[in-house]
Design a protein around this ligand. Structure first.
Ligand code: SF4
Ligand code: SF4
Length: 140
């Protein structure tokens, strides 16, 4: 999910922001404090996130309104772009070795192969880090 600032969203209507990003508790705290710093936004966690039971414990899903992420504005741009969740940063990479083929940015070279390869590597590293975090601090 990532309504990248220079994407031509007339082509996709910010398709990527019609899925909800899922965050750990630490990531929610970080987003809230950065949104305050960057955009002077006071985010009430209860209003913007809902708890979701994951395999290893509680996660926080960004709420959706009418099928779109709550952080999408009327112009279909992200209101917290500079501090958007990690999953949004990694989009259109959606798994260690997969991209979302529906994203027109892939076809019109908005995301060149080298960039996608870097994002896939980062995705794999982030998963390793997340597993470590979960084992150390919380859910096991
Ligand atoms: S947080 Fe921003 S980039 Fe991520 S899905 Fe929501 S609107 Fe899109
Ligand atoms: S081109 Fe892809 S990354 Fe950009 S806003 Fe559209 S779906 Fe999202």
């Amino acid at each position: 999910m990532d309504c990248h600032t220079n994407c031509d969203i007339r082509l996709c209507g910010s398709l990527c922001c019609r899925n909800c990003a899922v965050l750990t508790e630490e990531e929610v705290s970080e987003l809230i404090s950065k949104a305050k710093e960057e955009y002077a936004l006071e985010l009430d966690p209860k209003r913007y996130f809902r708890e979701a039971q994951g395999e290893h414990g509680i996660y926080y899903a960004v709420k959706m309104i009418k099928g779109q992420c709550i952080f999408l504005n009327r112009e279909k741009r992200c209101r917290v772009y500079k501090c958007r969740p990690l999953l949004c940063e990694l989009y259109p990479v959606i798994d260690v070795n997969a991209v979302d083929e529906r994203c027109p940015g892939i076809r019109n070279s908005r995301f060149p192969e080298e960039l996608l390869a870097t994002l896939k590597k980062r995705y794999a590293n982030e998963i390793d880090e997340r597993i470590k975090l979960e084992q150390e601090f919380r859910f096991i």
